[in-house]
Write a protein that binds this ligand. Structure first.
Ligand SMILES: [Zn+2]
Length: 76
C-alpha cells in the first residue's frame, strides 16, 4: 500500500494505453484490444522465443568454433 501515492501520479499521466498490435486506445488495465490481437501477439512472442533459441545456439556454435580455433592456434 506504500506505493499507492506514486501510482496515482503515474496513472494521471498514462490514463490509457494503446494496443500493442493495432495501436487502438484501450483501458490501462488491458494490453491488447481484442482476442484477434491477442492471437497476433501470441504468434509474435512464439516467434521471438524461437529466434532467441536460434540466436543462443548460434552464439554457442560461434563460441565453440572460436574456442577450437584458439586451442589449435595455441598448440602450434
Ligand atoms: Zn488491437
Amino acid at each position: 500500500m506504500s506505493l499507492s501515492g506514486k501510482k496515482d501520479k503515474k496513472i494521471r499521466i498514462i490514463n490509457h494505453r494503446h494496443c500493442r498490435i493495432c495501436g487502438k486506445a484501450i483501458p490501462p488495465d488491458k494490453e491488447l484490444c481484442s482476442a484477434e490481437c491477442e492471437g497476433v501477439q501470441a504468434k509474435i512472442e512464439a516467434r521471438q522465443k524461437r529466434m532467441k533459441n536460434v540466436m543462443l545456439v548460434m552464439y554457442a556454435v560461434i563460441f565453440l568454433v572460436f574456442l577450437i580455433m584458439l586451442l589449435i592456434g595455441g598448440s602450434r
